[in-house]
Design a binder for this molecule. Structure first.
Ligand SMILES: Nc1ncnc2c1ncn2[C@@H]1O[C@H](COP(=O)(O)OP(=O)(O)OP(=O)(O)O)[C@@H](O)[C@H]1O
Ligand SMILES: [Mg+2]
Length: 361
């Protein structure tokens, strides 16, 4: 599976409760849960402080804000922040995305119809076509585009002045942006995964908006399983709400949250069936590894790509699995998480099975 492909959404979002891409239901409810201004936006303290300065300064100057690049994993709040930027600047916002801009002409049409000070939100900016990208360089820097009229030797470039605007680009893959594009942003915000306490705030806020009663421990329980991602926190909250309404009195407590998420097979750390399947195979069948990716995938009954790109990133981030040149290796934390005991090394042998060279002496 290619990250640049929309299949990411299919594999990571639609089928998994803990997938980070937006599914249909997310899209329908997210608009209602989006914070509307910077003060309401939870967490990302550094980004918020820096962005606040950028926007305040622009407002004082009475000018459009500098172009802003938002980079970070899916569901951390890039689209939300872009809308907040427009709201804080009291400017209209135009929303489009890299894949929607196939030809430079598409971009020229959008740019030339912008109003003074408008925010242009370009989602998935790393997926824009090369000719459009080159047109964007000039638009960002000089607020000008050359529209090419005609073809072949008779083609002429007609320069077109643009009103000052703020480009807000969003990407999950900042590393894929060509340096000339990255350099033209005045401010780059790197969105980090959220701390559990921040996710608790997100959950309390969303619970209020969804009109569902949640006590402190209930929110803590959901936050711990949300993989550092507000989108997942909101999604788990909705599933727990369903359970609370059907099986209890509608109030979300620790007990209700943990029973509900057990039904949905999301464990205390946010691992789902796929994640646990991969870890269990690695521990039980291969003694913790090292084992090659293909062998591991066959053992789990999944595609290689699913294991590598859907399950592993989170397991690696959580320090449960390591990718080594000799294969996949479970960490001591993985044994502990699944409540299993690592095999003892034979007497006199250096290090334990599967941990040689990585964690062993
Ligand atoms: N800091 C935050 N405070 C409160 N809610 C948040 C925050 N960040 C994100 N959310 C919630 O999470 C949901 C997903 O956020 P958003 O759509 O902005 O993510 P994204 O980074 O644009 O994801 P993608 O990469 O998939 O486009 C939103 O509905 C919003 O309610
Ligand atoms: Mg988005």
């Amino acid at each position: 599976m290619n990250w640049d492909d929309t299949t990411e959404t299919a594999a990571d979002g639609e089928e998994r409760l803990v997938g980070s891409a937006a599914d249909g239901e997310d899209q329908a409810v997210e608009a209602a849960l989006r914070p509307k201004d910077l003060r309401e936006f939870v967490g990302q303290a550094k980004v918020r402080e820096q962005l606040d300065l950028v926007l305040r300064a622009a407002r004082t100057r009475g000018a459009a804000a500098d172009h802003v690049l938002l980079s970070g994993a899916p569901g951390l709040g890039k689209t939300t922040l872009s809308m907040i930027i427009a709201a804080e600047m009291a400017a209209p916002i135009r929303i489009t995305s890299g894949p929607a801009i196939q030809h430079a002409g598409d971009l020229a049409a959008i740019l030339s119809s912008l109003q003074d000070g408008e925010v242009l939100f370009l989602d998935e900016i790393h997926r824009m076509s090369r000719p459009a990208e080159e047109m964007l360089y000039m638009a960002m820097e000089d607020f000008r585009v050359d529209v090419i009229v005609g073809k072949g030797p008779g083609a002429t470039a007609i320069p077109l002045e643009l009103p000052p605007f703020t480009l807000v680009g969003a990407t999950t893959r900042a590393g894929l942006l060509p340096p000339p594009l990255r350099d033209r942003f005045g401010f780059t915000a790197h969105m980090e995964f959220y701390e559990p306490a921040e996710l608790e705030q997100v959950i309390h806020r969303s619970a209020r908006l969804l009109d569902v009663e949640t006590d402190a421990e209930g929110a803590t329980e959901i936050a711990g399983r949300s993989r550092g991602t507000p989108r997942i926190a909101n999604r788990l909250l909705r599933r727990v709400r369903d359970y609370a309404q059907v099986k209890a009195d509608g109030v979300i407590t620790r007990e209700i949250a943990s029973r509900a998420l057990a039904v949905y097979e999301v464990d205390e750390r946010g691992l789902d069936r796929l994640d646990r399947g991969v870890l269990t195979a690695l521990l039980k069948l291969f003694g913790g590894g090292p084992v090659g990716l293909s062998t591991l995938a066959v053992a789990v009954g999944e595609e290689r790509e699913t294991v590598e790109e859907v399950a592993e990133p989170f397991l690696v981030r959580e320090g449960l699995l390591a990718r080594t040149p000799r294969g996949r290796v479970a960490t001591p934390a993985a044994w502990a998480h699944l409540g299993l005991t690592p095999p003892q090394p034979p007497p006199g042998a250096p290090g334990g099975a599967g941990q040689q060279g990585l964690f062993g002496a």
